[in-house]
Design a protein around this ligand. Structure first.
Ligand code: SAM
Length: 249
């Protein structure tokens, strides 16, 4: 029977491609790729011949394309492989639309797991990994970023943020404002690549390091969660039971 397979692709080091990914690239009936040129480039580097039809499947067309792809899963028993430019599809990348529609239509979905910058950075950060939250990219606008970070002031779990070199300097100022200077954090850049680097320190250490030596390439920020004291002092980000009770009267 046909199915959808979400497959992770390398985030820098091509040797992280799994055997399963290679087999799927060679044998899937359809490969739905975020960027078809990058897909062929990856296949070339892996020495794999892409056997099936390759279609573009990205943020701008994923809702429109999902049902057409699933029609082929349903009527032709097709295997549709979904890959993004790097890492795990659906994690700040296309993929969610086809997963949702497949679930709604009762079609099979599975995953060929592999690299993703979230877990790589979390594990290398040295911060607690037993509970963490993935925060994706912070809002672009300074005012929204500041407001959003306020809602995280009482968050006890280790927080993982994706970041770009264009905004890292501003984001570090905002993290410093929101969480103060002393929390531990890690800036993890160019993971799995030749110039992989992890800078660890307090928030103010990393802010200073970013000012002195602006980091290039791709990066993930991992920030320690609130202590008991910080959590109890933080502005509540939602209404407490008491506040709700007052509103209900
Ligand atoms: N789907 C991907 C995943 O599973 O990690 C994430 C895609 S998102 C559009 C791209 C962001 O992921 C980058 O801005 C960066 O924050 C992070 N990232 C991806 N590869 C990375 C790497 N090799 N080193 C550090 N961060 C990386």
């Amino acid at each position: 029977a046909g199915m959808v397979v979400l497959a992770a692709t390398p985030i820098g080091n091509v040797a992280d491609a799994s055997e399963r990914l290679k087999t799927l690239l060679a044998h899937a009936d359809i490969v739905a790729a975020e960027d078809t040129r990058r897909l062929y480039d990856l296949a070339n580097r892996l020495g794999v011949h892409v056997g099936g039809k390759v279609v573009a499947y990205h943020d701008h067309n994923e809702r429109d394309k999902a049902d057409g792809l699933l029609d082929q899963v349903e009527s032709q028993d097709a295997t549709v492989l979904v890959v993004s430019d790097a890492g795990m599809p659906t994690i700040n990348d296309p993929g969610l639309a086809i997963v949702r529609r497949a679930i709604e239509r009762g079609l099979s979905v599975t995953c060929a797991p592999g690299p993703s910058a979230v877990l790589d950075a979390l594990a290398l950060s040295g911060l607690p990994t037993d509970r963490f939250c993935y925060e994706g990219f912070l809002p672009r606008k300074h005012s929204e970023r500041t407001q959003y970070l306020r809602t995280l002031q009482g968050e006890r779990r280790t927080m993982v943020f994706y970041e770009t070199l264009h905004r890292i300097a501003e984001s570090m100022e905002d993290l410093l404002d929101a969480f103060g200077p002393n929390r531990p954090m890690a800036l993890c850049r160019e993971l799995t690549k030749d110039y992989e680097q992890v800078r660890r320190g307090t928030i103010v250490d990393i802010r200073n390091s970013v000012q002195a030596d602006p980091p290039r390439g791709e990066m993930v920020l991992v920030v320690g969660g609130a202590s008991d004291k910080e959590a109890s002092e933080a502005a509540p980000n939602s209404l407490s039971i008491e506040e709700l009770a007052v509103l209900a009267i």
